[in-house]
Every structure is written in C-alpha cells, then in structure tokens.
Design a protein around this ligand. Sequence first.
Ligand code: FCB
Length: 466
Amino acid sequence: MTALDARPRSGATLRFPERFRWGTATAAYQIEGAAAEDGRTPSIWDTFSRTPGRVRNGDTGDIAADHYHRMSEDIALMRRLGVTDYRFSLAWPRVQPTGRGPAARKGLDFYRRLTDELCRAGIRPVATLYHWDLPQELEDAGGWPDRETAYRFAEYAGLAAEAIGDRVATWTTLNEPWCAAFLGYGSGVHAPGRTGAVDSLRAAHHLNLAHGLAVQALRGAVPGTAEVSLTLNLHAVRARTGTPQDLDAARRIDAVGNRIFLDPVFRGRLPEDLVGDTAAVTDWAFVRDGDLRTAAAPIDSLGINYYSPTTVTAGSSPAPSPWAGAERHVRFVPVPGPRTAMDWPVDAGGLHELLLRLRDDLPGVPLVVTENGAAYEDYADPSGQVRDPERVEYLRAHLAAVHRAIEDGADVRGYFLWSLLDNFEWAYGYSKRFGIVHVDFPTQRRTFKDSAHWYAEVIARGGLTG
Ligand code: FCB
C-alpha cells in the first residue's frame, strides 16, 4: 500500500497524500535586500556581485525583492496561496556577522518575527541554515576548503537554534553543497569564484563535515519534534548510449555529483570509485578519522532540488570545470526538446527517476522535493496580468512525476515550489524570473502570475486535475 491509498475524495484526479506538505521556497540573499542593515556584514555573494563581470548587468542583492522590509506582505501572499510550509534561509552574516562569536540581536530578531508571523499564519517554518552566503571574513580565512569553516558553521547553527528553535518545524543544514563546493571553488561561476580541483573537493568534504557537526548542534538545542534535514541537488544523470565508455562517464558524474554527498551522509564513507577517479588530484588526506562518522549523524529526511536531467558521453569538458577528476572523461550533451529561459531542458522524467533511485538506495528515508520550478520570460500585460502558461505546464508535469513516484512507492512527503517571488538568480542577476509571484523591481509591486492562481487551486484540491 502507498500513502495514496488512504485519502478521502476531493476534486482532484491525481490526489496527493492527506498530510502532503505544499510549500514555496526562497533564499536570503536572493530576496532579502537590506544588505548593510542591522549589523549584517558582507557575504561572499556581496563581494562576488560587486566584482565586475561576475553577475549579469552588475546586479547585486543589495535590495533584491526587499523582503527584509516586506516580510509581512509576503506572508500574506503565502496565505493567499494556501501553502502549508515555507522554506526560507537565514543569512549567516546577519545572524553572526563575522562568522565568529556572539549572535547579532537585530539580525536574529528578523527571523524571530518571520517565524512568529508564519506560525500565526498557520504556515510551518522550514529553515535552511546555509544557502551560499558565507560571511566574507570566513572566506578571507580560507572559506570552505578550510576545515575551520565547518566548526564555525556548527557554532552558527547552535546560535540560530537557540533563537528560533522553538518555532522551526524543519531545519535544513545546507542547500545544495554541490553548488557551494564545485561552482564556488571549481568552475568559479558562483561566489567566491575560485577555480581549483583540490579546493572544490576539500570544500565538499568540509561541507559534509559541517553538515554533521550542525546536525549534532541542532539536536542538542531544538525540541525533539523538530526535523533535521539536508538538501541536495542530485543530478539525474543519463548516459547518451549504453556503451561502456558512456556508462562510465555517467558513473563518474554520479560519483562526484551525487555520491560524494550521499555516501558520507547516509553510509559514513566516501565512494571508492570517487577516490580512484580523483587520485591524480588529491589523496584525500584532509579527511580525518571520525569525519565521515560525524557526517553520517542521522537525519529525518532528505531534500531534493530538481530542475532538469543531465546527459553525458565520453569526452572532455571545458576548463575550469566543476567536475574534479571527471573533466577529462565526460562531455555534457545537449538534448533536443523544450527548454526554460535558463536553457535547461524540460523533462519531468528525471525527477521520477531520481525519486525512485532514492526509494531503492535509501529505504526508510522520507523524501521532500525542496525546490522545483522554472524561469520564463514573464511580464505584466497592459491589464496587469502575468500569463505564464509554460510555467504552469512545467509545474503540472513535475507534480505529476512526484505523484507517479509516490504511486511507485517513493516516500515523498512534500513539494516546495521554487520560487515564491522573482528574485536575484545568482550569476544571472535579475534577468531570470523563477517566481510564481511577479516582482516589479523598481516599485517592488507583487502580482500573482497565472501559475500562482493555479498552484493555489492545486493546494486547495490536494492534487491535480486531468
Ligand atoms: C538552485 C538554487 C536556488 C535557485 C534555483 C533556480 O540551484 O538552490 O537558489 O537559484 O537553483
């Protein structure tokens, strides 16, 4: 029997389980703005976005969607949507400005107000501790390739837990550590923009360690009812053909893209093939006794962010590469078919594949889709409407894939749509719109796109029609 069997009837033909969590997601640097207010210090993204040529149009998160000042209005939007959960992140440089020492009261007050208001609105707060905004001072001291950063992170986790641990329903330690390690320190397309294969692997290990240490810190400080989780952007990797060379290319990406996190966190070990693949880069001597045991501190669920699948063949990829140890063996191949404004293929099958793989590989671990969504060229028409039929289609197909995975026995507990608001899309600045709520940045006016109205109906019905 799957979770789908025991639900009362509703108007939906693809009904989700009774207690399925319907959410939206955002991240601090992408929406908050107020970059220099109330004691917040620069993060690596403030520095990076100020570095000419790094972010499209020279955009920064200085103002973003001004959520720091419009938080109540944004919670009102979520009430209109009817979401049960809201996934947001805390800005480390707001909570603990230098990455060391005591917390900043005003910074914490913002998250106290946010979580209080969410609770009053009946929306479960789902807090991510790290969505890529490392305090610049910690980067100056070595950043994630440096072991000390993991200990700093655990201290910060403890401060956050003390302040709002009584109201956060789910804690997520890290968002997409693959991006933090490999785009931040490998290809350098994300902050801090460093390019080094060894540094990217060291960063990945220290992120795993930081995760485990933070789980321990959280468990010591939050009520037993709070869930502790981790969010990974697992790669739905496909070999272009069934040749041994192409299959090996896919294996390599699975190792350095997926199992580099899954194995330490769920099995307390490094993938053996990864150690072999990266032998020319590092001997992994930075992994100390006990680190992998720490990384494997038990968690209550796994968050998965999914946007599109990846197809690979034998070959090589351009430098600087985020694929340490695999770059000379793997080429990424474009596949025909529809694409989003990010030029990412639209293929909901990849999400179904991933969820089934996790059903098989991690039995007993509840799964949550913590991000899924799409950027399109949205604009408000003269009547003030924002028509985004492609986004509705994208979301419908991906929710149907989640439903199919549940039917197939995957224990998926929730779905968080990325994103509530149009926001600062990292290296693309404000040129890409992922929101279901349109933001007119000069005026900060918020407008429900058609997809927001559609999502509200899906939530009200508990599923999809037709
Ligand atoms: C994910 C990030 C999120 C957002 C989406 C589009 O990788 O976690 O912040 O930018 O991509």
